[in-house]
Ligand binder design. Structure first.
Ligand SMILES: Oc1ccc2c(c1)N[C@H](O)CC2
Length: 119
């Protein structure tokens, strides 16, 4: 037959770049994205530089995506989760920014699983 079946082992990552673009655009326009849009000012936030070893934010992720610094969906998801993990580390759950982080993580988990289910 014309379409010979490919070995069913690795997942097809040819659509990953498009998925990263769609996902990041949705994160950037989410109403709870405001604490995560730009890098935390390490000069004006006491303790941040010492406590958060790997700062990350949506504008830095956008820069890396534009400069082809993500090989696949996995490395992109690692950076997005870093934003939420940093937020959990530095903020009380029961705070404005803490809640925003939990909301954004929940939204992201839902969206990338939905998008990955699409054929
Ligand atoms: O009260 C504040 C003031 C500044 C920040 C936070 C809370 N949390 C952010 O994660 C980092 C920046």
């Amino acid at each position: 037959p014309v379409f010979v079946k490919r070995a069913k082992t690795a997942r097809d990552n040819n659509r990953d770049l498009g998925l990263c673009r769609v996902l990041l655009a949705e994160l950037e326009r989410h109403q709870d994205a405001w604490p995560f849009l730009t890098p935390v000012s390490q000069k004006s936030v006491p303790g941040y530089r010492k406590v958060i070893k790997k700062p990350m934010d949506f504008s830095t992720i956008r820069e890396k995506l534009v400069n082809s610094q993500y090989q696949n969906l996995e490395t992109f998801i690692i950076d997005v989760n870093l934003v939420y993990d940093n937020c959990e580390k530095f903020n009380e759950d029961n705070s404005e920014i803490g809640r925003a982080g939990h909301n954004m993580r929940k939204f992201f988990e839902k969206r990338w699983t939905e998008l990955l289910k699409q054929t």
